[in-house]
Ligand binder design. Sequence first.
Ligand SMILES: *Cc1c(COP(=O)(O)O)cnc(C)c1O
Length: 495
Amino acid sequence: MSLYYKSTRNPELKVTASEAILKGLAPDGGLFVPESIPKLEKTMDEMKDMSYQEVAYEVMKLFLADFTEDELKACIEKAYDDKFDTEEIAPLVKAGDTYYLELFHGATIAFKDMALSILPHLMTTSAKKNHVENNILILTATSGDTGKAAMAGFADVEGTKIIVFYPKNGVSKVQELQMVTQKGKNVDVVAIHGNFDNAQSGVKAMFEDQELAAELAQKGYQFSSANSINIGRLVPQVVYYVYAYVKLLENEEIKPGEEIEVVVPTGNFGNILAAYYAKKMGVPIDQLVCASNENKVLFDFFQTGIYNKNREFKLTTSPSMDILISSNLERLIYMIAGEDSEKTKELMEALKKDGEYQITDEMKERLCDFAAGFATQEETAEEISKVYQKTGYVLDTHTAVASYVCDQVEAKKQTGKKYLVASTASPYKFVKSVMSAIDEAYAREDEFALLPKLQEISQVEMPQAVKDILDAKVLHTLECDVDQMKKIVQEIIIR
Ligand SMILES: *Cc1c(COP(=O)(O)O)cnc(C)c1O
């Protein structure tokens, strides 16, 4: 049996999983989606004693059908090893009545590690399978989290090189230090004199630059993307929802077949889409609850059926969710349009042209697997404080958005169901906002001074990732103007 991928905007295009991973985006601008979502072969009960790696194999082999058993197992072993500070990889913590699935135990203490630890291996394996002889050059623009996770994932991976661009004054102190201290002979980081949009536009322009592509090919390189639209990032994220359900069952927190609710702090819609795929595979999940911060485009979309990005962009305390164009939503739109690629294309073009589109009533009815909510910055801070006072557990700002929405939905529905909240970052990564939420007095203190204090109040040891940046050497000092990005890529590759 073989599973192929097609573009959301063109049914004629058909590629294997490894080709989809190498390409990232379909040439027509659409996203790659599996022809159908495979059903799990084993029951939840049969998976009860499995390790994270074993569950990963059970899930991923169904999506990555052209990978051999040996190839896929090798990727999984290399990804989920002692880079994670816990053997469980994604531990489940119960605080109050809620289950938090901690997805932040990887190298950069945010959930991007769950997929970016394995993507480099999936990509080099895909390159081998498709007889690609070039080295893969990853270019990434980042507002903070993705860049570091991608660098950590690709560092010293044979046959790859990665260059990350970040806005010089647009990232937090911890985030910048994490990036400029990154080791690895194939990684480069460049601070640009501009904002995130400039960085992203610059990278996009390079992807479309045929001259540059030819020049790079001469040097033995070809571009690829570590962006969250790559199915090589989506598929590994399905794993932890299956794993979480299996662990709830193993720990007798739920009965066999019992449906749970899943709440996900959402930005680009990748994480929650993975949870939806898990439901489609057969995990007993009732609804997927989409939690937004004050940039609540998705909340409004689920309420009204209208997606409208024409609004003020707000900088919040949960910056990784500050986003107005949720690119992975296109995959859901395609599904609720009955896999109609023409309709999908029409709506996506409207989004590009007018910044807005409206789905049909029929499509809206198919959204019944989803619920949505949002939290303001005050509500997010109150949630951190409330959960800490009640249980002693410290949430990061992103997880707190979801936790707040979880309480709201629960109070409204009163179904008595168990709630699983995806916990996407360590509180250490956003220490200032987290500590100020617990006590306003902390707001006046230096970010670094707050780190040991967080350790004291949370009783959770400071992660290695944080200790590392406290005394690590700065290895990257490259800076450039926005219009010099191409030149700096040429210099890096030639040097
Ligand atoms: C990226 C990110 C999110 C949003 O995830 P999406 O898959 O983009 O919806 C939420 N929380 C944190 C900490 C993140 O880094």
